[in-house]
Design a protein. Structure first.
Length: 289
């Protein structure tokens, strides 16, 4: 079992939200929280004219602000800080090796564009097999009592044996004592596009089969986590837009990504890509074979 939660901190509102979210997650898991900042002099931070001493001071201020905020909200939580030298993505990935979860901030740009997944986040996703959570910046009220946790939404591909993704989602739902909704999108086989006549009964039959396959995939996990309230939904079309819509009221969205290596960075399928760029809820990306 991994024994801490790591959060990347850079002094931005997004990273402060990530630190707050990561602190709640660490408290839930009853593990320490580690706040990390990487100083990549002279590349980071990207402020013209900032010398090495200024970069170090920036790092200290970012860590101090996040540490003070977290300790004020979670006085009983064990928290440590680390300032590292090196490229942020590589440093964060190295720090995440023995962590149960890595938490990063994600910047909102509004409108149809959605959220900006920066090069550091994408490079870190490519460099680590540790689960990574992307958190949006948002105004947060003071925490005066237990956090009311909402639904977790899980993107499922019934054609892949993604046990790591399923395990993460069920474990998170069990910790929070909240419901889990599994979502799968499907399309009719391509041969139906060329059929001269389309029988709606065929689509209904395929839909019933897909729903049964989804139910069968979830069944062992229902037995393993009997306290988790599980619903599932299979529908015609891409799962990406449906997951983004469901994320509006979710506490967390969980998606998978393949561990395929690429010189262009992490491989993200269309579903993970849509959710990362447009979902308003925190998104956990789980690497799997």
């Amino acid at each position: 079992m991994k024994h801490h939660v790591t959060v990347g901190v850079d002094g931005s509102p997004e990273s402060l939200s990530a630190a707050r979210w990561g602190a709640r997650e660490a408290a839930l898991r009853e593990v320490p929280l580690r706040l990390v900042h990487a100083v990549d002099w002279p590349m980071s931070p990207a402020i013209p004219g900032l010398g090495r001493e200024g970069a170090d001071r920036w790092a200290d201020e970012a860590l101090t602000e996040a540490l003070g905020d977290v300790r004020r909200r979670h006085p009983g939580l064990e928290v440590s800080t680390r300032c590292l030298a090196g490229r942020p993505a590589a440093a964060l990935a190295a720090e995440a090796v023995d962590a149960g979860l890595l938490v990063l901030g994600s910047r909102g740009v509004g409108g149809l564009v959605g959220f900006l997944i920066g090069s550091v986040s994408m490079s870190t996703l490519a460099a680590t097999e540790t689960p990574v959570a992307l958190v949006r910046a948002a105004g947060e009220a003071e925490e005066t009592g237990p956090t009311p946790y909402g639904e977790i939404v899980l993107g499922v591909d019934i054609h892949e044996a993604a046990d790591r993704v399923l395990a993460f989602a069920f474990e998170e739902a069990a910790r929070r004592g909240c419901a889990l909704r599994a979502v799968h999108g499907w399309r009719m086989p391509s041969m139906y596009q060329y059929a001269p006549f389309f029988d709606p009964d065929d689509e209904r039959e395929v839909g019933r089969t897909v729903t049964q396959m989804l139910d069968d995939m979830l069944l062992p996990w229902r037995h393993k986590f009997p306290s988790v309230r599980v619903t599932h939904q299979a529908f015609v079309g891409s799962a990406g837009p449906q997951l983004v819509q469901a994320a509006a009221g979710a506490d967390l969205v969980v998606v998978g990504r393949h561990l395929r290596r690429s010189p262009l960075g992490a491989h993200l399928g269309p579903v993970a890509h849509a959710v990362l760029h447009h979902a308003t809820a925190p998104v956990a990306v789980i690497a799997h074979d």
